[in-house]
Design a binder for this molecule. Structure first.
Ligand code: FES
Length: 81
C-alpha cells in the first residue's frame, strides 16, 4: 500500500530537509538574518545536508543587491503607476 502525503506550502521549497520555503527564508532575511547561519537559526533552513546552501546564499545576495540599490543616496523608490 502506498501512502501519499500532501503538504501545502506557501512558496517554493528551498530546504527539503526542513521543509522550508523561499518565502520563509526571505522573511527571515527581511527580519534581520544577514548570513546563512542567521537564516538557519531563524528558520532551520540549511541545518542538515547542505544542498540548499547555494540557494540560501543567492537569496541573501539578492536581498543585499536590492537593499544596496535602495539605500543609494541618489536613488529612491517610487510607487509604480
Ligand atoms: S536541503 Fe536544506 S539542509 Fe538539506
Amino acid at each position: 500500500m502506498n501512502i501519499i502525503l500532501k503538504v501545502e506550502v506557501d512558496g517554493m521549497i528551498v530546504c527539503c530537509c526542513q521543509g522550508v520555503s523561499d518565502r520563509l527564508i526571505k522573511s527571515s532575511i527581511e527580519q534581520g538574518a544577514q548570513s546563512r547561519a542567521d537564516v538557519t537559526t531563524a528558520c532551520e533552513a540549511g541545518k542538515d545536508c547542505g544542498a540548499c546552501h547555494g540557494m540560501i546564499d543567492e537569496l541573501l545576495e539578492e536581498h543585499r543587491n536590492t537593499t544596496d540599490a535602495c539605500s543609494h543616496p541618489r536613488l529612491r523608490l517610487v510607487p509604480a503607476a
